[in-house]
Design a binder for this molecule. Structure first.
Ligand code: BTN
Length: 257
């Protein structure tokens, strides 16, 4: 169990962890944080839940957070970014999650474009960033992260193979230690949000670049290779036909055979 008094003590020195809202059960921490952000909650407001009954993933998918088995968190940020720079928050979250996993669990973590965190080629965490705009600028971003710690969804519940951190590390992982590492890494990289270094760090952790992949977007599936990524977060995809596209949203997987 996550304990409020222990969280307050162990996160006391972190700016991006205050105030903290801890729920035993909630629909979705992102929904709650979004309504708080709309109501003016400050940067650093952190919403945590032991269980989500309507956790949301990208592209309208469900995200499963059974009681006590995961970290489900939503952090309100108010970064000085223009709306098209919102992908920077995904880069921040991905890099911070990988570094925290490596520190707290001692296993190597990587990223699958655009925002999945992998350990040993399987998905251990997902990121869902939702923004509010004020004209051309971001008014707030809710950084949602779901990380499987001691359980992972059954194969029929997911469209990419999943794992959990304890299975990969081969030992118990203290969720408060992991949470602290994530928040500390987010805070450490936050000042670099618009710098090349964050983009380079994110790119260096991406898997599947220059490998044969299938790309699925709203308009269908294509086979080809990802030649790289652009600073706006787009995948630079060369289809087998030779056509090159900058793709901002979609799913990739390695092509078999
Ligand atoms: C994905 O991989 O599709 C993104 C999953 C994001 C899940 C997290 S759990 C905490 C936060 N609350 C939600 O409802 N979703 C995000």
């Amino acid at each position: 169990m996550l304990h409020a008094h222990e969280l307050l003590r162990r996160l006391a020195d972190l700016r991006l962890a205050h105030p903290i809202y801890l729920f035993q059960q909630i629909g979705s921490t992102n929904d709650y944080a979004k309504s708080m952000a709309e109501a003016g909650a400050p940067e650093g407001t952190l919403v945590l839940a032991e269980e989500q009954t309507h956790g949301r993933g990208r592209a309208g998918r469900a995200w499963f957070t059974p009681p006590g088995s995961a970290l489900a968190l939503s952090l309100i940020l108010r970064p000085p970014l223009a709306a098209p720079q919102a992908a920077r928050i995904i880069m921040l979250a991905g890099v911070a999650a990988c570094e925290a996993i490596e520190q707290a669990a001692g296993v190597r973590a990587s990223l699958k474009w655009p925002n999945d965190v992998l350990v040993a080629g399987r998905k251990v965490a997902g990121i869902l960033v939702e923004s509010g705009l004020s004209g051309e600028a971001l008014e707030y971003a809710v950084l949602g992260l779901g990380l499987n710690v001691s359980g992972s969804p059954a194969p029929e519940q997911v469209d990419f193979p999943a794992t959990h951190l304890e299975a990969e590390a081969g030992r118990a992982i203290d969720r408060t230690t992991l949470l602290r590492a994530i928040l500390a890494q987010l805070q450490a990289h936050y000042p670099t949000l618009t710098r090349d270094a964050l983009f380079e760090n994110w790119r260096a952790r991406l898997t599947m670049l220059n490998e044969p992949i299938e790309l699925r977007t709203e308009t269908g599936a294509l086979t080809g290779r990802a030649e790289g990524v652009a600073p706006d977060g787009a995948l630079i995809f060369r289809a087998d036909s030779g056509e090159v596209q900058h793709v901002l949203a979609g799913e990739v997987r390695l092509r078999r055979g």
